[in-house]
Design a protein around this ligand. Structure first.
Ligand code: SDX
Length: 378
């Protein structure tokens, strides 16, 4: 067996063979099942994209309608999960609430029939359908209100925004939000997908797999960056303060949130689309104080760090769009999770066809030959 050289963060080490998505970090190219993200963002919907990712091809009209109906039917969550969430501290982070409630789903659907296609389909539908309901439920509960039931007359994104705000969303806002979900749905071997695959490789249930992935996405170096970006723009405060901020960050080796990527060494194509969405919203409803700071920040970071391949990533403009849609900052990452569930499920399903438990090796750099020393002699 050939042993690869140790690579911190497994940089450049293939962990799987996959047909789900493809990224060219030099060209700034992203494809889902061979279709460019720009085309899907412009012409598809999140649920249709989720179907494409999970089942490998675009659905027929009938297949899509059937899938949408199935997901619509499974949006409700057990009252026991709602009751459990009522015990969560209101000050808790919504990603911790989501991780706990995603794992709790497994208590109700724990049968692990991973060799049964019907079980797989049910798990896919339930997880896609219930994650948004749980995110919205915690939001209302932490405000001291009862969660609202999903509305079957609303599409996937409109229903989520309705459950979150108790108001039917503006159709344009719902459409922009749906494109954001498509953009965040999948991204090859990112940390949370890899975490999902390691958990899945032990053949545990899909709800435990989702809970692992949610916990991994929460970190500020991964899905948590979008929330950090808004805090950083707040800290900068004005366009004039951008350059001093960047120079200080570089001098102090401080990571600038929303920039850099393990794979992209040019601007993340998703950031480009999200910036266009932000501009569409601002043209329609008036510009945003943060946007002018963000544009200046992107310019200065490119000037100072572009030579190192550090450019805006997906998290840089997404927060501006969500904030403009009236979404609280600490819900940005749970929304990332709502979208990425499609990619996690796609990789879970793909892996079950060729599964082998993940168990890498290590380079031992410790010592040998020590003896136990009784405590009275230490
Ligand atoms: C996502 O993997 C995916 O596909 C993720 C994702 C997805 O869709 O799933 O695309 C979503 O997670 C996007 C990334 C969101 N995170 C952030 O915006 C946090 C800030 N970014 C960095 O932490 C960093 O760029 C990472 C974590 C994204 C990538 O880190 P790497 O590849 O491990 O790079 P590194 O930390 O080893 O840095 C290499 C060099 C270092 O400089 P030197 O020591 O070589 O001189 O680049 C510098 C770093 O200091 N650097 C940055 C920087 N990112 C890297 N310097 C300033 N600001 C940054 N943001």
């Amino acid at each position: 067996m050939n042993v690869c050289e140790y690579k911190p963060g497994l940089e450049g080490i293939p962990a799987a063979r996959s047909r789900i998505s493809y990224v060219d970090g030099q060209q700034g190219l992203l494809e889902y099942r061979g279709i460019r993200i720009e085309e899907l963002a412009a012409q598809s919907s999140f649920l249709e994209t989720a179907y494409l990712l999970i089942w490998g091809q675009l659905p027929s009209k009938a297949e899509l309608e059937n899938f949408e109906t199935e997901v619509r039917y499974h949006r409700r969550i057990k009252y026991r999960i709602r009751d459990m969430m009522k015990c969560f501290p209101e000050s808790g982070h919504p990603m911790d609430a989501l991780q706990a409630s995603a794992a709790a789903l497994g208590l109700f659907y724990s049968r692990r029939a991973l060799d049964n296609p019907e079980y797989i389909r049910e798990a896919v539908v339930r997880i896609l359908a219930k994650i948004p309901t749980m995110v919205a439920a915690f939001q209302l509960m932490r405000q001291g209100n009862d969660p609202v039931q999903p509305r079957d007359d609303l599409d996937y994104s409109s229903n989520f925004l309705y459950m979150l705000t108790e108001r039917e969303p503006d159709p344009f806002a719902a459409q922009v939000f749906d494109v954001c979900l498509t953009l965040h749905a999948e991204h090859t071997m990112n940390a949370s997908t890899f975490s999902a695959m390691v958990t899945a490789s032990t053949l545990t249930d899909p709800y435990a797999v989702m809970a692992s992935a949610v916990g991994t996405l929460a970190g500020p170096l991964h899905g948590g960056a979008n929330e950090e970006v808004i805090g950083m723009l707040d800290e900068i405060g004005s366009v004039d303060n951008v350059r001093p901020f960047v120079e200080d960050a570089i001098a102090n080796k401080r990571k600038i949130m929303g920039f850099g990527h393990r794979v992209y060494k040019v601007k993340d194509p998703r950031a480009t689309i999200l910036q266009e969405l932000a501009e569409q919203l601002f043209q329609k409803n008036g510009s945003d104080h943060y946007y002018s700071i963000a544009v200046e920040l992107e310019k200065v970071v490119e000037e100072k760090l572009g030579y190192k391949g550090i450019y805006a990533n997906v998290d840089f403009y997404s927060g501006l769009v969500y904030r403009y849609l009236g979404i609280p900052t600490d819900l940005f990452t749970p929304i990332f999770a709502i979208a990425r569930v499609a990619g996690w499920l796609a990789h879970w399903k793909e892996q079950l066809t060729v599964n082998r438990i993940f168990r890498p090796t290590q380079e031992y750099v410790g010592e040998h030959g020590h003896s136990y020393v009784p405590i009275e002699k230490r």
